[in-house]
Design a binder for this molecule. Structure first.
Ligand code: PRP
Ligand code: ZN
Length: 284
């Protein structure tokens, strides 16, 4: 029994989706076929598909799980289960205009033609904003629409912004923010759920590792109590005596988003020689 995972064939999420599997210790085979492959040390089959088609394939059970942007899921509105946000592929769905066109407010879009592959999300947004515009649904290469006279504006995904830039467009409104998520079929068989849980355990270990840092520092023994309170660690900090009398080395784990606050407090409380090291995997 293998778990079938669908990932984007080519595009913003392809590389990082594959990297996620590899970071989970899965040896993805370089198959001859560009459509699917498998792994030699994990019961998984990988399908390379257009991201827009992935929600449908998952709903139908052609694939069991998949990695897509939240944007695609919202647009397609399929019956699938959201398992986990993945923290990569962050982007926004935005409206953009040719850069020479003047733009003051969203009212400027009234009566305009907007090309997009996200007509569901866009029409909902325009309704909320009380703007009446004409939506031209196209399935790809949306960014060339204004240049060939097909539309006045576009609504498409922006991540680095280089696609907009190289097509002479400027971003004027953000419709939605999005990132990659893991989705699954609503009725997976027990054996498949077991494989999925194994994969999820690894994904979570990677994500916690990314959100935490290992920290080492030296401190005078009389300051150890205060320092241990600042550094809670996974259970409690490790304390090892230094060769120099009256001093100890303290090891702990700190969360990335509290990191600078903690470092400042440690310094004012006498910590010295602070080292911060990335963690590769973290199992709590
Ligand atoms: C999106 C979008 C742009 C590109 C924008 O494509 O359609 O082509 O990303 O990224 P940039 O701001 O970094 O240039 P996506 O990967 O979703 O593929 P698809 O549109 O072909 O489905
Ligand atoms: Zn797409």
């Amino acid at each position: 029994m293998k778990l079938k995972i669908a990932i984007q064939k080519s595009g913003r999420l392809s590389e990082e989706s594959l990297r996620l599997l590899k970071d989970c210790g899965i040896n993805v085979n370089n198959g001859i076929s560009k459509l699917k492959t498998d792994a030699d040390n994990f019961p998984i089959e990988i399908f390379f598909l257009r991201d827009d088609d992935i929600p449908q394939y998952i709903e139908d059970g052609v694939a069991d799980i998949g990695i897509v942007g939240e944007n695609v899921l919202l647009e397609k509105n399929k019956k699938v289960k959201i398992i986990e946000k993945l923290g990569f592929g962050k982007c926004r769905l935005s409206i953009a205009l040719p850069k020479e066109v003047k733009y003051n407010s969203i009212k400027a879009l009234n009566g305009k033609r907007i090309a997009t592959s996200y007509s569901t999300i866009l029409s909902k947004y325009l309704k909320e904003q009380k703007v009446k515009a004409e939506i031209h649904e196209i399935s790809g290469s949306v960014e060339i629409a204004p240049g060939i006279g097909l539309a006045d504006a576009i609504c498409d995904l922006v991540s680095s912004g280089s696609t907009l830039f190289s097509n002479g467009l400027k971003e004027v409104e953000v419709v939605l923010k999005s990132e990659a998520i893991l989705i699954s079929n609503q009725k997976l068989r027990k054996e498949k759920i077991e494989i999925l849980n194994k994969l999820l355990f690894r994904i979570k270990a990677l994500r916690s590792a990314k959100n935490n840092k290992y920290i080492l520092l030296n401190a005078p023994n009389k300051k150890l109590d205060t320092i241990c309170k600042i550094l809670p660690g996974m259970k409690s900090p490790t304390i090892l005596p230094l060769a120099e009398k009256g001093w100890s080395s303290v090891h702990s784990v700190v969360e990335e988003n509290q990191f600078w606050d903690i470092i400042e407090k440690l310094k004012t409380n006498g910590a010295q020689g602070i080292l911060v090291v990335p963690i590769e995997k973290m199992i709590v």
